[in-house]
Design a protein around this ligand. Structure first.
Ligand code: C5P
Length: 218
């Protein structure tokens, strides 16, 4: 069984998908981390961002490895655990070069589909219900106001001890929405059969329970 959780940045996809996977005993797949790792790899390889083919060639050789479990994913480049590194604002800022590159997307989509063929999955991203797993049994699309999402990201960064200011977090979220929605390949958009869940006024537990109740109704 495959459950897809898509939606804009900061809607709670990761937290919800992790918790749901843990409760159900399904494998958790964080596809955003894969695009982040591609960008980090490109940076480490010194690719020229103005030449997308350089990143494609680098990603063809990426030593990407993931350890996925119920409720967790660790991501490696070779032997190096880059799980935390891919979430820094610096890597967030360059991830668009990977996410907007159709050839990189094709490589990642193939990896994700191969993954889904082998196990029960809760997978989160932008295109999981539309492009990667159009036949998924349950498709969820999470939504929340931009201010709510920025507040969550801001808190997350503060808790990690990283310096951040609210206004730039909000601006970066709005910029990412714009890029994610306008991408020619694999844009952020709900699948026609996705179920919308607004997370502004719900805590993680409530969102997870709502998704579980949708599974029962399906
Ligand atoms: O979800 P997360 O913030 O980690 O995703 C990082 C970036 O990767 C997003 O801004 C989005 O542009 C891209 N992404 C994507 N397709 C996915 C998951 C993430 O393009 N399936």
């Amino acid at each position: 069984m495959i459950i897809t959780i898509d939606g804009p940045a900061g809607t709670g996809k990761s937290t919800v998908a992790k918790r749901l996977a843990k409760d159900l005993g399904f494998t958790y797949l964080d596809t955003g981390a894969m695009y982040r790792a591609c960008a980090l790899w490109g940076q480490k390889q010194g690719v020229d961002w103005d030449n997308p083919d350089e990143l494609t060639d680098a990603v063809k050789r990426i030593p990407l490895r993931m350890e996925n479990d119920c409720g967790s994913q660790k991501i490696y480049l070779g032997e190096e655990d880059v799980t935390d590194q891919v979430r820094t604002p610096e890597v967030t800022a360059i991830t668009k070069f990977a996410a907007n590159n159709p050839d990189v997307r094709a490589l990642m989509v193939a990896l994700q589909q191969d993954f889904g063929n082998r196990q029960n999955l809760v997978t989160e991203g932008r295109d999981q219900g539309t492009v990667v797993f159009p036949g998924a049994e349950l498709k969820i699309y999470l939504l929340a106001r931009a201010e709510t999402r920025a507040q969550r990201r801001f808190k997350e960064l503060q808790e990690k001890g990283e310096s951040a200011d609210f206004q730039s977090v909000l601006e970066s979220i709005l910029e990412r929405d714009r890029l994610d929605e306008s991408r020619a390949v694999g844009p952020l958009k709900p699948a026609p059969d996705a179920i919308f869940v607004h997370t502004d006024d719900l805590n993680v537990e409530q969102v997870v329970e709502k998704i579980k109740s949708l599974m029962k109704n399906d």
